[in-house]
Write a protein that binds this ligand. Structure first.
Ligand code: FAD
Length: 316
């Protein structure tokens, strides 16, 4: 079923959903099932599975020189989606990125998804590769997520890259895109970022999932700004509890978000062992307020931490 249909059928009730990462190469589906089995109690209608492009690793050779390899440490997004759908009978949403894909490879990936009965996709640009200071698309690849959305939308209208295909079977992808309550770090300013987000919606995306945030005011401001810009699709808040003190610096560095002063002050006061309890409590309060505000769904970045996610969701 399309993700937007779940929202439409929920009759104003807030749903919950989870995002999982493919296990590191060498891991197994048990890693994913161990995370998801306990969370199924909360009846998530869908699970997101992230996509990870290749990374560079350096191996030291006997000569002392280093050899550079490109490897994908977390492959398996599509297989995991199919397995989730098979095991739990719910929808799985693969993340699809522009980085590392030519337009033809993208088309072929979408055909695979379509044939597998996966008809939801989160369309993203992806980040710069490790050791590159900006995102570089493939020569024949998409530069921005909006271009990927356009390609998927074309396929939904039976338009494939090969112009000789006159009556291509239309796909039925429901397309989600990313939004940033605290602005994407590369955008020149907040309103321009919203304008680019609007372009993704106009190109065919049907809902937005946000970057994590710890201050609900940022989300409400973002939601208002979207509405003002004419974006009326469902906006799903992305949530992650803080569980360790070092995340006070690692999360802003990686995700370009700010922690609210109250949270930082409280976290700095407590001992390391108490950080998780406080982070869980903070996230529960965030969720309760977001629910009261009528968000369609609370989307949790589990990052494999089932225990923490469970403790939050059981309280909301
Ligand atoms: P875009 O929408 O293309 O935006 C990128 C930047 O370009 C922004 O600054 C935007 O303002 C600007 N921009 C957009 N359009 C234009 C234009 N036409 N002209 C000029 N500038 C423009 N990454 C992964 O690798 N794998 C994942 O599975 C993954 N999952 C994610 C899930 C969520 C919910 C979120 C929020 C992010 C996820 N990411 C993932 C990270 C994401 O790939 C990065 O944040 C990336 O830097 C931007 O992706 P985007 O789709 O928002 O890009």
């Amino acid at each position: 079923m399309k993700i937007t249909d779940y929202f439409a059928k929920s009759l104003g009730q807030t749903l919950v959903s989870f995002e999982v990462l493919p296990p590191l190469k060498g891991g197994s589906m048990a890693d994913i099932f161990n995370t998801l089995d306990p969370l199924m109690e909360f009846k998530p209608p869908f699970i997101d599975v992230t996509y990870h492009r290749e990374e560079f690793v350096y191996n030291k050779r006997p000569s002392g020189y280093y050899e550079k390899f490109a490897i994908r440490k977390r492959p398996g997004t599509v297989g995991i989606c199919a397995s989730i759908m098979h095991r739990y009978g719910i929808d799985a949403i693969p993340h699809l990125i522009c980085g590392g894909f030519s337009v033809e490879e993208t088309e072929n990936a979408l055909i695979d998804l379509n044939f597998l009965g996966i008809n939801n996709v989160l369309a993203l640009r992806g980040d710069a590769r490790q050791f590159e200071d900006k995102f570089i698309p493939e020569t024949d690849g998409h530069k921005y997520a909006v271009d990927l959305v356009k390609q998927i939308n074309d396929m939904n209208h039976g338009i494939y890259l090969d112009s000789n295909i006159e009556k291509g079977t239309p796909t039925e992808f429901c397309i989600g895109v990313a939004g940033y309550p605290e602005k994407h770090f590369e955008a020149p300013n907040y309103s321009q970022d919203i304008e680019y987000l609007k372009q993704k919606i106009d190109a065919g995306a049907s809902y937005i999932v946000t970057q994590m945030f710890f201050d609900n005011k940022k989300f409400f401001t973002f939601r208002d700004a979207c509405l003002k810009a004419g974006i009326t699709v469902p906006i799903v808040p992305g949530l992650k509890p803080i569980t360790k003190k070092y995340q006070l610096t690692s999360i802003p560095r990686k995700f370009f978000i700010n922690f609210p002063e109250d949270l930082v002050n409280e976290l700095l006061k407590v001992e390391d062992k108490d950080v998780k309890t406080l982070g869980i409590e903070w996230c529960i309060n965030q969720c309760k307020e977001l629910k009261t505000e009528g968000v369609p769904c609370l989307h949790f970045y589990t990052m494999g931490d089932v225990d923490t996610t469970y403790k939050i969701v059981e309280k909301i």
